[in-house]
Design a binder for this molecule. Sequence first.
Ligand code: SF4
Length: 480
Amino acid sequence: MQNQDISVKEIDETRQGEALEMVAKGGSGKKLYIESYGCAMNFSDSEIVASVLIDEGFETTKVMEEADVIFVNTCAIRDNAEQRVRGRLDQFRKVKKSKPDMVIGVMGCMAERLKSKLLEEEKLVDIVVGPDSYRDLPNLVRVAESGQKAVNVLLSREETYADINPVRLGGNGVSAFVSITRGCDNMCSFCVVPFTRGRERSRDPESIVAECTQLLANGYKEVTLLGQNVDSYLWGGGGLKKDIIARGDLTGTVSFAELLIMVAKISPELRVRFSTSHPKDMHDDVLYAMAEYHNICSYIHLPVQSGSTRLLELMNRGYSREWYFERMAKIKEIVPNCGLSTDIITGFCTETEEDHQDTLSLMQEVGFDFAYMFKYSERPGTAAAKKMEDDIPEEIKQRRLAEVIEIQAKNSHESNKKDLGKTFEVLVEGTSKKSEEMLQGRNPQNKVIVFPKENFKKGDYVNVLVTDCTSATLLGTAVK
Ligand code: SF4
């Protein structure tokens, strides 16, 4: 996941920088303002942070100027993600001028990547806290309020925040993220995530089922199980995962497919999605679980990154072009109507025109419904940055990205055209952005469908006949 590709469920631009609002518990009444950037894992973490500080009596505000404490949850996946945060810090600086006691904190992957160096580079910052240290926030805030700088960027092999009940923030009240793993053991050579989120650990399945059951009771109709690489989820069995797998005895363990079924069995009313999958670890038992349980949505986000086996080896992705096609064939065999999306990086070190053509031809052959597409951005500390030269000129990276985006736009539109005349079960997420008279939701394949409101409302399941489409959206009418 989330590599150059922010794969964990990409949070759309409209939510980047979202400020959070929550119900306050009695207490210090100090005001907390949190701004989140990056992937779904970060948005999910901000809900953990909110819960930790509300337990300390904080109230929250969406008005930065009202805040006593400001936290920005950051992404380090590409350089421009970090530049964006530095831009926000400039805004905070202006506000702090009128409120000198205000405490400014930076959390998330950029905090973990830069550690106390961030305090030197950004004098405004009082707290630097990494993704595994959010339990320590009450203490860090107290230190900062006493006028000192506070840093905690310790990474953990155990921490999953399983016992912390996230406070649901922003979002649509219908669909919620539930993290199932933290960290990543894959060392894709371009990716900073293993350095900013640490070693992979799986969360207790009972706590995941409890959180999903609570969400359903609170009116949510969909959960997205989150992890950098959900396919390598493995709980229990005593000892380290690699030893369990090495010994081949999975007694007492819970695999990802088994976890999916545990969550699907909560209620047929609760839709189950997951992100992000990994081609080398995605086993058929996950596909059979999707085929058996109607409420496990038939949609898979499977980052390929490149269509060239030579580049996939340099990226240390752990699979070849042929392996990826074999996985695609299995998906189409076991879950025939499965929606498919992916991640593509153009301009990775030593990428030739031939490698690039391999990527284009793979996209053509698979026909993804959707893709996240980026130019390679060298990240300090990664294997690629240490061992490979970032040798593809910017204009070539840009030209290749444009060609990838062009093919995907055609494929997305072709894929939507194939849905004309079909009826899908849509979970309504709210009114459409364009008209109060229209509702929008997604079908099991994760495609957005817009249709006239009639008497339907948010949270309803509605059968919608597709009558028209664009490359991004399906349009339709409700049918019985
Ligand atoms: S190391 Fe690879 S699998 Fe892990 S988050 Fe990064 S890109 Fe995804």
